[in-house]
Write a protein that binds this ligand. Structure first.
Ligand SMILES: NC(=O)c1ccc[n+]([C@@H]2O[C@H](COP(=O)([O-])OP(=O)(O)OC[C@H]3O[C@@H](n4cnc5c(N)ncnc54)[C@H](OP(=O)(O)O)[C@@H]3O)[C@@H](O)[C@H]2O)c1
Length: 332
């Protein structure tokens, strides 16, 4: 089978992990990297054995050897970088959060459609085998109607302004960085956007939200109760409570290797699946499946859902004293 050729846009932490994990996909090949300067492109290329090294993202986008580009820059650049690559007729896998606000998401989706190219948000969690099993249990009615989702994605980091994590100029903050995991999880479980979305966010010295919580309401009063934080660690479990039982995905639920089904207070089934590397290759397999089937978006991570998640996040943070350089919020 002809290999699918990847380009890596940027040379930061997750770009390195992704480039390692992609080795678990036999029909994938990383052929190019693009950085803002030649030295970092060369260093990354040497480390990961990548032949084509570009000193600009534009040159990477125009590399004729590349089929699909993985975008791993800070959040404020996701829309611009994705649009650059799609206009060069490249398929794109763009890191989470998809972008800064729903208006940018709309532009990204329009650009994908105009160029007839594949686009997907790299919200990795839903591509893990454990999640496929959890969705199967729910679809089979084993926990009845889903009424409450609880999930936490909170870490303790000592971030400086150089780090993108809390730097609002780079689109930092707990909502876009980690809230995306719990909001994306809730969206996947309920299969659509909430009817109402609210949340608190604490804006710290670096001008971005250090921590927050969100309450989402879905049809028939179903709820999601979610937290996200960058300076305070919690246990990062997720629970899905139904009328007949519940499912627990233990810490770290966003990178899941286990789930337990409980019915009538009994632990009925444990499902476990060890993770290779960081587990970032599951989403690569999904991109390959879509490309080989001629799909322009993934049914597991549809573009409409990425847009709806951005709208939910816009709504949650609209009352907060938080502004990004390329900001604008859409309220549900
Ligand atoms: N899926 C996951 O598990 C996961 C985990 C962590 C992060 N992420 C996401 O991946 C993205 C990158 O996160 P990261 O932790 O890898 O970030 P990072 O280590 O800070 O790397 C970001 C890279 O973006 C490029 N860049 C372009 N403009 C920049 C600017 N003005 N300032 C700083 N860097 C700039 C740089 O590459 P060059 O110098 O080569 O241009 C830099 O190395 C974010 O969207 C984040 O949310 C995902």
């Amino acid at each position: 089978m002809k290999r699918i050729r990847w380009g890596i846009l940027s040379t930061g932490k997750i770009a390195g992990s992704f480039t390692e994990d992609i080795k678990h996909v036999p029909d994938a090949e990383v052929v190019a990297v693009g950085s803002r300067n030649q030295a970092t492109a060369d260093a990354f290329g040497n480390k990961h054995n990548i032949p084509n090294r570009h000193s600009s993202y534009r040159d990477l986008a125009n590399d004729p050897d590349v089929d699909v580009i993985y975008i791993a820059t800070p959040h404020v650049f996701h829309a611009e970088n994705s649009i650059l690559c799609m206009n060069a007729k490249k398929a794109v896998l763009c890191e989470k959060a998809f972008c800064i606000h729903a208006g940018e998401a709309e532009k990204m989706i329009q650009t994908a459609r105009k160029n007839n190219v594949f686009l997907m948000e790299a919200l990795t969690t839903r591509h893990f085998p454990v999640i496929h099993q959890v969705l199967g249990w729910i679809a089979d009615g084993l926990i009845g109607d889903v009424r409450i989702v609880q999930a936490d994605r909170c870490i303790r980091g000592d971030f400086s302004m150089e780090d993108r994590a809390l730097n609002s100029e780079l689109g930092g903050g707990s909502l876009l960085d980690l809230g995306i995991y719990v909001i994306g999880f809730s969206s996947m479980i309920f299969g659509g956007p909430p009817n109402k979305a609210t949340g608190f966010g604490f804006i710290g010295d670096q001008g971005s939200d250090e921590q927050g919580a969100s309450l989402l309401e879905y049809e028939h009063g179903a709820l999601a109760v979610l937290t996200f934080a960058l300076r305070t660690a919690t246990v990062n479990d997720a629970y899905i409570y139904g009328t007949e039982g519940y499912i627990k995905i233990p810490d770290l639920f966003a990178v899941p290797n286990k789930a337990t089904l409980h019915v009538d207070g009994q632990n009925i089934i444990d499902f476990e699946e060890p993770i290779l590397g960081n587990g970032l290759h599951y989403q690569v397999k999904e991109v390959h499946r879509c490309l080989r089937e001629g799909l322009l978006e993934s049914p597991r991570m549809p573009l409409k859902e990425s847009l709806q998640i951005m709208e939910t996040m816009d709504t949650i943070r609209a009352p907060w004293d938080l502004k990004y350089p390329n900001d604008s919020t859409h309220i549900l």
